[in-house]
Design a protein around this ligand. Structure first.
Ligand code: FES
Length: 369
């Protein structure tokens, strides 16, 4: 008779998962809403995941023969460390999310980068009262933080305000409603842009009046915010307008959900990404891009991504901080000074890949770009 095969969960004797250890194996796919799915993964080799709630990883997918990278916040909690869950929304033109929805199956394996990122309540010294604000699929770090708080029975007073387009677009609603009913100090508010007549929550664009009504003590809270750029700009404006001390405001530092390589290639940054702390003699080096057939000059105090963008050449990037891996490119000649913040696997570094957003040339350089 078949019996259950229990995995080893003895963390003392299990390696911590890192991207180089093993691919992620999809073990479950959950339909969250009509256009949102959660993909649950375990390490293909027994391992446990050590991360902080709110952090992210970057998936490497092969789509139509091309390797594509995409950064996703982990929605699950590090308190359940033997699997991680990524929640992704199907979007019009969304190459990676749509591919995952249509093609990723239980049993499939994909490579991913080490987990990293600085957006986490566990990295701060927050007040005992927090306000979690999320728009659309920006809910994922808030879900991770909420699950973490609940699992560890942390003494915290949470107000969770989540915005969605319609009630049918609310992600994690059953679980959050459960917490709202069973947890003390967990106050939950949904705001839907459009709602039908029977909807009993707030509806419309998040306004100052709405915020004051739902969270009258928002001035006393540590705020964590994630969502589309327009949502976060509005949230910041409302808080600042209400006299909030923005030293206690935290937001995801880049728009993970929309920052696909394709998006950024179409809209290269105009702003300088120079390294202000650079000291020493500035030397100009040639950076040759073999695929585009161009050679540009890059001073040693400017990162290679910025130098390329200054020439109006669109290249993939997302975080610009060495974390997400989107700007990864193979360097076939030359040397760089690189300050990667977890966005590059050791194995890829050994193969000659660099992250252009945090690499400064120390010689002439040739890139497969
Ligand atoms: S753009 Fe994210 S690592 Fe370079």
């Amino acid at each position: 008779m078949n019996s259950i095969s229990f995995p080893n969960i003895d963390n003392e004797n299990l390696p911590k998962w890192e991207g180089d250890l093993a691919p992620l194996e999809c073990i479950e796919i959950i339909e969250e809403t009509h256009n949102v799915k959660s993909f649950r993964f375990k390490s293909q080799k027994d391992a446990w995941f050590q991360f902080l709630p709110g952090q992210h990883t970057t998936l490497f997918l092969n789509i139509g023969g091309a390797e594509v990278m995409r950064t996703y916040t982990i929605a699950s909690s590090p308190t359940r460390p033997h699997t991680i869950t990524i929640t992704s929304k199907r979007m019009s033109g969304g190459v990676v999310a749509n591919w995952m929805h249509d093609n990723l199956r239980v049993g499939d394996c994909i490579d991913a980068l080490n987990i990293g990122g600085s957006f986490s309540v566990a990295l701060d010294n927050p007040k005992k009262k927090v306000l979690l604000m999320s728009g659309g699929s920006g809910i994922t770090p808030m879900l991770s933080m909420t699950r973490y708080f609940v699992d560890l029975a942390i003494n915290v007073d949470i107000v969770f305000v989540h915005n969605a387009q319609t009630p049918e677009d609310l992600i994690g609603k059953y679980e959050l409603d459960y917490y709202a009913h069973h947890q003390t100090n967990f106050d939950l508010h949904y705001v839907c842009d459009k709602a039908h007549a029977i909807w009993q929550g707030e509806s419309g664009f998040l306004s100052a009046e709405m915020l004051a009504r739902m969270v009258p003590d928002f001035l006393d809270r540590e705020v964590y915010c994630c969502g589309p750029e327009a949502y976060m700009v509005n949230a910041k404006t409302l808080l600042e307008g209400g006299g909030f001390d923005m030293n206690h405001y935290h937001q995801e530092s880049f728009d993970i959900e929309s920052s696909t390589a394709q998006h950024n290639m179409a809209e290269p940054h105009e702003e300088s990404l120079d390294t202000p702390e650079f000291s020493g003699e500035v030397v100009e080096y040639n950076v040759t891009l073999t695929e585009t057939g161009k050679t540009i000059l890059c001073p040693s105090n400017i990162n290679i991504l910025a130098a390329i963008q200054k020439q109006g050449i669109g290249v993939p990037f997302a975080c610009s901080m060495g974390m997400c891996g989107t700007c990864r490119v193979k360097m076939t000649e030359g040397t760089v000074d690189m300050d990667a913040q977890g966005g590059l696997l050791k194995s890829h570094e050994e193969e000659g890949y660099i992250l252009t957003c945090c690499s400064h040339p120390t010689s002439d350089v040739v890139l497969d770009l």
